[in-house]
Design a binder for this molecule. Structure first.
Ligand code: CS2
Ligand code: MG
Length: 402
């Protein structure tokens, strides 16, 4: 079988999503997600100008050699743009291989280790009471694990808070929104929020919180220790994780479980975190981590270090990535949990898929391949519109981390 062509589609059905379609001489096609929120066109160019010309003529079954060819052959390696482009190709080739063998993809990754995949949802509110009520609404929908975020008194905006009843979507058209962040206000408030949620809903629900890269290691250690009575399932992205050894400081002071990695794009971003057991869940997922090929290796590396997966699953990752992640989640032993931010109905129409949600779990389908299609005609009605993620500054104007 040979690859005959590859096309990149950029569309904005409720948000920008980049999709790669790879064609073969056997008439079997494969899909990959190449979405990088706020930098979509860089990945499009990387694919169209630099990778696709080298892809034509290759054997789509050679997933390992093709991945190595595009990774080692790049010279200037790694980075979110490069790895999202490589990921799109890798996932499309796995999709082709599984379709050609008439098997659902998880069968090529080790078969089923579980029938259902535990997921967590996002509950949020502009204030504590709203957030607490939203947790209840999600429990009624069947979720057994809930991430809780809320507005912070004294701050105009906070990460993860939906506005005017709309679904949370941080990227906005025009230039990046500037938000003000105060660690002091956040640290004073957060323990109240999560303690309140525990008081109202008890210990049965798994509680998660996303710090979104905003503390120093010692601030994260303080927060982790203060939250220990809340028995969190995890505290996510406590610090910006370029300094992996900073987690030694956090680990020294608290037993609150830590989850990191949605912004990572290679195993080297988390090798120390995993091999020194500085984290409990690794979040790097298929689209930003280079594809199924490296993510499977990452999960296997993490297993002996008691690190489990907790793949990123926000709406700026397309249903192709959700499906690919669910196939990996279904097959590996050290699965932890999967993030589930349901896509808008229009996105689900553009990407018809087999996977489904039921009573707090997700189920991958049995269709050969990934189990996702792409409706090019419908997608074409929603052209790309440049959008940026916000930026954050401290109250005195100092540039900070959003
Ligand atoms: C968040 C993401 O889902 C999460 O854990 O950190 O929603 C993140 O803010 C977005 O993916 C950024 O595009
Ligand atoms: Mg996050």
């Amino acid at each position: 079988m040979k690859i005959t062509d590859a096309k990149v589609f950029v569309a904005s059905p409720s948000r920008n999503l980049v999709t790669l379609k790879v064609f073969t001489d056997a008439g079997v096609n494969g899909l990959g997600d190449a979405t990088l929120n706020g930098r979509e066109q860089a990945v499009v160019a990387y694919l169209q100008e630099h990778l696709i010309p080298c892809l034509i003529g290759r054997d789509p079954f050679q997933t390992e050699d093709t991945w190595q060819y595009f990774y080692r052959g790049a010279y200037w390696r790694r980075g979110p743009v490069t790895m999202a482009a490589i990921a799109a190709i890798d996932v499309a080739l796995w999709d082709i291989k599984a379709k050609a063998l008439d098997l659902p993809l998880y069968q090529l990754l080790g078969g089923k280790s579980r029938d259902r995949v535990l997921v967590y949802c996002h509950a949020n509110g502009t204030d504590l009471e709203e957030a607490v009520d939203d947790v209840g609404r999600h429990i009624e929908q069947g979720y057994r694990a809930v991430r809780v975020q809320s507005g912070i008194p004294g701050l105009e905006a906070a990460y993860g808070i939906a506005k005017d009843g709309r679904k949370y979507e941080p990227a906005t058209e025009g230039l990046p929104q500037e938000t003000v962040w105060s660690t002091e206000k956040y640290l004073r408030y957060l323990p109240k929020l999560l303690t309140r949620v525990r008081d109202v809903y008890g210990d049965a629900i798994a509680l998660l919180h996303d710090v979104h890269h905003r503390l120093t290691p010692i601030e994260a250690a303080r927060l982790g220790r203060e939250l220990e009575p809340c028995h969190l399932f995890w505290l996510e992205d406590p610090v910006t994780a370029e300094l992996q050894e900073g987690f030694r400081l956090i680990r020294k002071h608290t037993v609150t479980p830590l989850a990191v990695g949605e912004v990572f794009n290679s195993v080297y971003d988390c090798l120390t975190l995993i091999t020194e057991q500085l984290i409990d869940y690794i979040r790097m997922t298929v689209v930003h981590g280079g594809g199924i090929t490296p993510i499977l290796k990452l999960a296997h590396l993490a297993e002996p270090y008691h690190v489990r997966t907790g793949f990123h699953g926000a709406t700026d990752l397309s249903p192709i990535t959700m499906a690919a992640a669910l196939h990996v989640n279904t097959a590996i032993n050290n699965f932890g949990i999967q993030e589930h931010m349901p896509h808008a109905a229009l996105v689900d129409e553009v990407f018809p898929h087999e996977y489904s949600f039921r009573a707090g779990d997700m189920y991958i389908g049995e269709k050969p391949g990934l189990g996702v299609d792409y409706n090019e005609e419908l997608a074409s009605r929603y052209p790309y519109r440049r959008a940026y993620l916000p930026v954050a500054r401290k109250p005195d104007g100092t540039m900070f981390d959003w």
